[in-house]
Design a protein around this ligand. Structure first.
Ligand code: AR6
Length: 172
């Protein structure tokens, strides 16, 4: 399937269980683990993930950018750590930074020859992004990024029925 939108699937589930080439982490700038999906990924991947983050990315990762590591004990071969924006009302470039997470994660996946990538709802937890706006921005960035990369299929793995509904609506 070459149509970009048809290569995106929204599902309810646990991202850490995804059998894909890469799962994307909703990380923070330190890249040293944390709560939410970040904590779940580090627990499931084992201590080697933190060790690799420290060794390869001593300065962490700026908001809106992404960095790749191995998947360690995960079923996924790689983890792409993307740093979403903290929601501050929407007037501080949040949408651009959130879109960049998806764009940059797809660019890294393409450079690395990956074909299946699973994303969480970046910034939709601790970082407080309104879910409907996050879904719209995230899906639009995914569609745009996949248009030039017909080899990649993306999944968005949502932890709740509510978020699945919001993202499925944005996908249309
Ligand atoms: N699978 C899929 N989604 C999950 C899982 C899981 N196993 N666990 C949680 N979620 P959050 P953020 C959902 O807070 O808002 C961390 O401390 C969760 O329900 O993980 O980008 C980092 O270290 C929510 O819908 O990420 C950062 O400091 C979504 O994942 C900060 O939180 C994202 O929620 C990043 O905040």
């Amino acid at each position: 399937m070459s149509n970009a939108r048809s290569r995106i699937e929204c599902v309810r589930g646990d991202l850490t269980l995804e059998r894909v080439d890469a799962i994307v982490n909703a990380a923070n700038e330190g890249l040293r683990g944390g709560g939410g999906v970040d904590g779940a990924i580090h627990r499931a991947a084992g201590p080697g993930l933190l060790a690799e983050c420290i060794e390869r990315y001593p300065g962490g990762c700026p908001t809106g950018e992404a960095r790749i590591t191995g998947g360690h004990d995960l079923a996924a071969r790689y983890v792409i750590h993307a740093v979403g924006p903290v929601w501050r009302g929407g007037g501080e470039g949040e949408a651009l930074m959130l879109a960049s997470c998806f764009t940059n994660a797809l660019a890294i996946a393409a450079e690395s020859g990956l074909r299946t990538v699973a994303f969480p709802a970046i910034s939709c937890g601790v970082y407080g992004y309104p879910h409907d706006e996050a879904a719209r921005v995230s899906i639009a960035a995914l569609v745009e990024g996949l248009e030039s990369r017909p080899e990649i299929e993306a999944r968005v793995v949502l932890f709740s029925e509510e978020l699945l509904g919001v993202f499925a609506d944005a996908l249309g």
